[in-house]
Design a protein around this ligand. Sequence first.
Ligand SMILES: Cc1cc2nc3c(=O)[nH]c(=O)nc-3n(C[C@H](O)[C@H](O)[C@H](O)COP(=O)(O)OP(=O)(O)OC[C@H]3O[C@@H](n4cnc5c(N)ncnc54)[C@H](O)[C@@H]3O)c2cc1C
Length: 582
Amino acid sequence: MLQHDVIIVGGGLAGCRAALEIKKQNQDIDVALVAKTHPIRSHSVAAQGGIAATLKNVDPDDDWKAHAFDTVKGSDYLADQDAVAYLTKEAPEVIIELEHLGVLFSRLQDGKIAQRAFGGHSHKRTCYAADKTGHAILHELVNNLRRCGVQIYDEWYVMDLILEEKASENGQREAKGVVMFNIDDGNVQVARAKAVMFATGGYGRVFNTTSNDYASTGDGLGMCAIAQLPLEDMEFVQFHPTGLYPVGVLISEAVRGEGAYLRNSEGERFMTRYAPNQMELAPRDITSRAIVKEIRAGRGIHSDGSAGGPYIHLDLTHMGKEKIMSRVPFCWEEAHRLVGIDAVHEPMPVRPTAHYCMGGIPVNTDGRVRQDGNTLVEGFFAAGECACVSVHGANRLGSNSLLECVVYGRKTGRAIASYVQNRELPTINEIPYLETAQARIDCLLNQRGNMRINDLRQKFQDCMSEHCGVFRRQEVMQEGLDKIQELKSLYNQIFLDDKSIYWNTELIEALELKNIMVVGEMILTSAIRRQESRGAHSREDFPQRDDQKFLQHTLAYHHPEGVKIDYMPVVINMFEPKERKY
Ligand SMILES: Cc1cc2nc3c(=O)[nH]c(=O)nc-3n(C[C@H](O)[C@H](O)[C@H](O)COP(=O)(O)OP(=O)(O)OC[C@H]3O[C@@H](n4cnc5c(N)ncnc54)[C@H](O)[C@@H]3O)c2cc1C
């Protein structure tokens, strides 16, 4: 059996920042970081537009309270305000720390870190490295990990969380380690630890069109749900307004932050109708709905330029070549490479794409995972996109997610460093865990079904996109839930062509598909039960926000017989809920 003081699953911004912090607090703590990709290939590397902090380099009257207010208003008042206050207060310090670690931020003329406008933010506070911010930050974090002696298990797939009931306590459960599969040679190992942390990222691949990478399959969420831990606020899925049509790849909000326009088939800047003050820089939920409404009203565009098509235009042509190439070169390159558009001279075709997971594994502000509304799990932590602390509530503002990864990655790292001081390595009988994992693998390799994994995954993703997209309705979602039950029953009909245990990517996809399916069911059920419209959850049959009944966090529990829903109060200690206008 492998053993470490701490095992962190996930090598993105959240996992790496936590690992560094633990080592900084106490160099002697033995920290392992496990990732199914190489850490540098985590989705964080693809983050483009930037990271928010009130450095005041461009806007001297900005302050953390304004950042906190924007975040809470953006969240449609569902964010926990104590968590938001911490996020926004700590932001300037974590940026300076990143810069001291070696991150190359873009600069102003006077040499200070540059800051740009972003949707839903009332001041220019988003720090960036052109439109490759995630790349700049993650590379430095991973370099630093190696320097401070974190053991990296890259290309190991974590299959299960080991969670057992504590002998002496009243139903309290305890994380003891993980079961992990070496993608390279098919070796299965149990690893035990005094503390386990999940930083496994998002679940964009639950939907058929997403800005996320292929590895964003919601594994951490799936494993928690299967271990009967709750998932919080899963109905809140962020659809980013500007996915490049038809591929869904992201065109960063930074492009609008730098001045690009959204236009319909009539050439009109239609945001005047939906957010007359903030226009293209309204929050993402509002902008995505506006685009879908324009398309539904026949003002979308076809590739021959005629009306009634499936996308609208993102127009940069007035910005000029120099600005485009210095501020958003990567977005120009993406459009040029993927759809042959030269954005200096012609508009880009865009429409909403599944982008971000506001909900996740419920945690307190130390990153400790909740077992229910009142109890914490022993030895288990989470941070980053897979966690719900909840700073984004019902809708995340752009550039707040990288910030969350760094602020709460660091805080969770500190909490873990102090937690493991008073904890022994747990005892585990590894045999049943190894047998179960091996049996799962053998079963997938040997079963003689007739279902291709791609077909089943595609059907599932199509179903989620069709039945739980930007706009939602009871009967459509119910029909979707019935369909995914059928699709779930086909999982044991999967047939794998590759029977090898060495670098079998098909086998990994099969393991991931299981998690995609569990997460999809949690999203749909939570969405059906929330009979109101709030942030990204927009119900055509319940168009109003209903604070009386639903100013609460959803806690969904996965049971073999169906998902059970409970609710948990929201922390409101700074800003009273108001109507949200932009
Ligand atoms: C295209 C794009 C652009 C974005 N731009 C911005 C931006 O400009 N500003 C902003 O604030 N946010 C942005 N976001 C959001 C932000 O990048 C992410 O929310 C954030 O980077 C998530 O980081 P993370 O550390 O939580 O997870 P990730 O970076 O997704 O890392 C997850 C890690 O978990 C590992 N993992 C997962 N499952 C397993 C398993 N079963 N076994 C082992 N390892 C596993 C993966 O290998 C990976 O290392 C963007 C997102 C996308 C998709």
